[in-house]
Design a protein around this ligand. Structure first.
Ligand code: SF4
Length: 211
């Protein structure tokens, strides 16, 4: 049964859809990495997501179906690219999955204050449909992998609903995670965040296990 194909044929430009991950927010989650980012931070680890011409255009309803009907997850994470560059389409997805009891984590390179002061109705919708907002551009000069899911000290957690409010006091104790997945055709997909050395060690360990 299709649960997401309800009202529109709105499309989202997607870099990658991950049906299940433990490295992009609290618990076990689906993850939509959007394609397109106007912010373009120095030292960004994913410059391949900057162009708004890459990736694939996918209907929001199909993405909702993939999340709801896929492996069991507690929520979905939106990261980029820049999620607020496609705020309306992501808000549609967020509102639909929340109706099914799932949570929404949204990363952004913008500041919460700028989003709140924007006149964009899409910004407002996505903010209202987000449980945990992680904001701020990546700043190479403030590199810090000690906190979960983020890479620089200036980035902030905003608990916008009660869903993850309990994490506010313990966020400093949660680990950052790197995740490596091996696809059925042998392709390697990396997720999460960590120091470059740790990523290299993990990839080397994976390579050794295949020898
Ligand atoms: S906002 Fe995110 S995706 Fe965009 S340039 Fe900065 S780190 Fe890269």
């Amino acid at each position: 049964m299709a649960v997401g194909r309800l009202t529109d044929r709105q499309k989202l430009r997607v870099h990658r859809f991950t049906p299940i991950t433990k490295s992009e927010g609290p618990g076990v989650r689906a993850c939509i990495q959007v394609q397109g980012c106007p912010i373009r931070c120095n030292g960004c680890g994913v410059p391949q997501t900057w162009s708004d011409r890459g990736g694939a255009l996918i209907e929001t309803g199909a993405l909702v179906d993939a999340i709801i009907l896929g492996p069991p997850v507690e929520g979905v994470t939106f990261l980029g690219g820049e999620p607020f560059a496609q705020a309306d389409a992501l808000a549609t997805i967020a509102e639909a999955v929340r109706l099914k009891g799932l949570s929404v984590v949204t990363f952004t390179g913008y500041l919460r204050e700028d989003i709140e002061n924007s006149a964009s109705s899409g910004f407002d919708r996505l903010l209202r449909a987000t449980d945990l907002l992680i904001d701020g551009p990546f700043d190479q000069a403030q590199l810090d992998f000690s906190r979960p899911w983020i890479g620089s000290r200036n980035q902030r957690y905003h608990f916008l609903s009660e869903r993850y409010a309990h994490l506010a006091s313990e966020i400093g104790n949660l680990p950052n995670r790197l995740e490596i997945k091996i696809g059925p055709n042998g392709n390697v997909i990396a997720g999460g965040l960590g120091p470059l050395e740790a990523s290299k060690e993990l990839l080397a360990a994976v390579a050794r296990s295949f020898r």
